[in-house]
Design a protein around this ligand. Structure first.
Ligand SMILES: [Zn+2]
Length: 259
């Protein structure tokens, strides 16, 4: 198995790579682990000391639960497996407080986290709007969880497809095809079409192009184009690494179970 990076967009938390010498089954296992099992921190309990905003407590707690928190997987563990036996300690719980008493929008950046490495990822996410004399004062407890329990713990998203290639022979009317090409896959010179390879991976229209003229053919190789997109808690590399670790753990568990 071989990996080749195609594109890494750090600002968008997106990574695309080519997976060679693997199978759909393996790629799908990794995809499912990323969506359902790679753990992240999310707010699970909210203690409301004061809330006179227009959002009632449950609504406020729901919004806080959905805010992505940058997650340091080395410092935290699941509450069930923690040495405190579920009582709650600094290794399995993260406390975040939010206390605001002024009019206007309250943003995620105003929350104070007990761990400077683990804070809300997107500082400008609005939480609630306060009118004059309204205030909120809450203490949140974030814990590690899995996307299969609640989607707020999901680390991101992953998709894969077979690597396409497009072959162009003689076409009847290159100009007419060019007019329908909206994603930069083709360029035209006279009546000859040529392919811009760098745009082929992202095109959603390849099948459509091949239906336009017999001279255009789309083929798929056994290589897979795999795209990972993070919601911000972990980097795409961390997500892939962790999913591989979880897969190994599961294989070991299966091995033990059948021997
Ligand atoms: Zn603990």
């Amino acid at each position: 198995m071989k990996l080749e990076k195609i594109k890494e967009e750090r600002k968008k938390n997106k990574l695309t790579f080519l997976l060679k010498g693997s199978t759909d089954v393996f790629a799908n296992a990794i995809r499912r682990l990323i969506v359902e099992e790679v753990p992240t921190l999310a707010v699970e309990d909210v203690e409301v000391r004061d809330n006179s905003s227009a959002l009632y407590d449950e609504m406020l707690a729901l919004r806080l639960g959905l805010l992505p928190i940058s997650t340091d997987l080395k410092s935290y563990q699941f509450k069930e497996g923690c040495s405190c036996q579920g009582a709650g300690c600094a290794q399995c719980e993260l406390k975040i407080t939010l206390k605001v008493a002024r009019r206007g929008y309250v943003y995620a950046e105003e929350a104070k986290s007990a761990d400077s490495k683990c804070t809300f990822v997107y500082p400008k996410t609005p939480i609630v709007k306060l009118l004059p004399k309204q205030k909120i004062d809450v203490t949140m407890t974030a814990v590690l969880g899995k996307g299969k329990e609640h989607t707020k713990w999901s680390s991101g998203w992953a998709i894969f497809m077979h690597e396409p290639s497009i072959k162009v022979g003689k076409v009847a009317d290159a100009q007419a095809i060019m007019e329908k090409c909206t994603d930069g896959v083709f360029t035209v010179k006279g009546n000859t079409l040529s392919v811009n390879e760098e745009n082929v991976y992202n095109s959603q229209l390849l099948e459509f192009y091949s239906s336009l003229d017999k001279g255009i053919a789309v083929e798929y190789s056994d290589n897979l184009i795999f795209t990972v997109e993070s919601w911000g808690q972990l980097s795409c590399r961390e997500m892939l690494q962790k999913s591989a670790e979880i897969l190994l753990e599961k294989v070991e568990m299966l091995e033990k179970a059948i021997t």
